[in-house]
Design a protein around this ligand. Structure first.
Ligand code: B1M
Length: 211
């Protein structure tokens, strides 16, 4: 059984090789993938964020840590997805316009897929028009939006405005999430739901689609 604190250290150091090795060892030792993610990977990224805020880390290091996180996540994600269940609905997901953060969004997309949803991932920097056009062309029941920057959150409101403008708001539920997003913000902009984590997003999507 590997020392998983070394996984957090490897993420912080930007050390892809070690992070991948430890993650593989942990999975081979049947450590719960959700535990690897919640106890070691996400806290490491939070620490990266804290250091970035205190000017102890800068953008190049941030990029490096994100690369490590992504590599380790590639190994964990399929197993997280496999723990999901029943078929559910069609989801269009993306990170909102102006925002390039995709680690959390990818996690939510994987969990939704694992939960039996048909997921169309539009990637990052997605315009309101693209969200709405894709929801229409895919006949989606749900639009799922992620934002990591306070400056890009307002784009979530623009997507809802675009749904209203195109007369399709009643046909599609909207859920939102991402570090700066809150339930209060969801209520404020008229989103149907908010979750602060990927698992919660799946439950939320199921509940909303059943309604
Ligand atoms: Co950026 N960044 N970043 N960054 N970055 C943050 C977000 C920041 C908080 C760091 C800080 O200052 N402490 C800060 C935002 C400040 C603010 O707006 N208040 C910040 C900044 C300022 C910036 C730049 C402006 C820096 C610069 O260039 N000067 C720049 C902006 C670029 C842009 O987007 N236009 C930038 C760039 C980057 C990188 C490219 C270097 C890289 C992203 C790489 C990538 O994603 N491919 C990066 C990273 C890695 C971070 C931090 C360190 C980590 C984010 C992350 O991946 N977390 C971040 C600090 C932090 O959050 N601790 C930071 C792990 C991920 C699993 O969590 O995405 O929150 P998260 O997802 C969670 C939940 O939020 C939830 O589920 C997930 C799992 O449980 N969730 C949902 C997410 N989406 C959901 C949707 C749902 C439901 C739940 O329903 C639809």
């Amino acid at each position: 059984m590997p020392d998983l604190s070394k996984l957090s250290e490897a993420i912080l150091k930007g050390d892809v090789k070690t992070a991948v090795e430890i993650t593989k060892e942990a999975l081979a030792a049947k450590v719960d993938p959700q535990e690897i993610l919640d106890k070691y990977m996400i806290p490491a990224m939070d620490e990266v964020g804290r250091k970035f805020e205190c000017n102890e880390l800068f953008v190049p290091e941030l990029l490096l840590t994100a690369r490590v996180m992504k590599s380790a996540l590639e190994l964990v994600r399929p197993l997280l997805a496999a723990s999901g269940a029943e078929p559910a609905g069609r989801v269009v997901i993306g990170t909102v316009k102006g925002d390039l953060h995709d680690i959390g969004k990818n996690l939510v997309a994987s969990m939704l897929e694992g939960g039996g949803f048909e997921v169309t991932d539009l990637g990052v920097d997605v315009s309101p028009e693209k969200f709405v056009e894709s929801a229409k062309s895919k006949n989606a029941n749900l639009i799922a939006m992620s934002a990591l920057l306070t400056t890009t959150m307002p784009s979530m409101k623009s997507v809802i405005a675009e749904l209203n403008k195109q007369g399709v708001r009643g046909q599609v539920k909207v859920i939102i999430g991402g570090a700066p997003v809150t339930q209060q913000y969801a209520d404020e902009i008229g989103a149907d739901g908010y979750s602060d984590n990927a698992n919660g997003a799946v439950g939320l999507a199921r509940t909303l689609i059943k309604k």
